[in-house]
Design a protein around this ligand. Structure first.
Ligand code: HEC
Length: 130
């Protein structure tokens, strides 16, 4: 997923995610990855406040992701972004209730949703559409 899709997107001149938006999207994804990894550590350590804060950040990022794919009219990517959002919110709620085992179960689903969207390669599909 390095380099090439970015260049193709710029070359294709598509508006979403295009040019600066692509590098911004990758940076956002890298940040999301970091939050997700930190969340796993916080859940394992049963560090409630930290885990809740990270789940909240992931929810906000997922909401932005949803808005992005909504604009790009990629319904399956939009659906997965919304699932990411729901899972992040559920982890938040479960952590707040002290249900770490359940929160970890939801975490497993969250990871699967991240992977599902990457498997779709919606960024490549945007190019093929033109
Ligand atoms: C709705 C689709 C979607 C969801 C959900 C999603 N991603 Fe991504 N992700 C992408 C796309 C598309 C790329 C390819 C890079 C690009 O075009 O910006 C990507 C790339 C990445 C990258 C590589 C970034 C780089 O520097 O090249 C990481 C890391 C990543 N995602 C982490 C995550 C994590 C962690 C989650 C779940 C919490 C997640 N993503 C959820 C669509 C998604």
């Amino acid at each position: 997923m390095k380099g090439k899709p970015l260049l193709l997107l710029i070359a294709a001149g598509i508006c979403l995610p295009a040019g600066d938006d692509v590098s911004r999207h990758k940076k956002a994804m890298d940040q999301v990855q970091e939050w997700k990894d930190d969340l796993k550590d916080a859940l394992d350590a049963k560090a409630a406040a930290k885990a809740a804060g990270l789940a909240d950040k992931l929810a906000k990022a997922a909401a932005q992701e949803a808005s992005l794919w909504n604009k790009a009219k990629q319904d399956d990517a939009l659906k997965l972004a919304n699932e990411n959002l729901e899972e992040s919110r559920q982890i938040f709620t479960r952590v707040k209730a002290g249900n770490f085992d359940q929160a970890l179960q939801t975490y497993g689903r969250l990871e699967a949703t991240c992977r599902a969207c990457h498997d779709l390669h919606p960024e490549k599909r945007l190019i093929q559409q033109r």
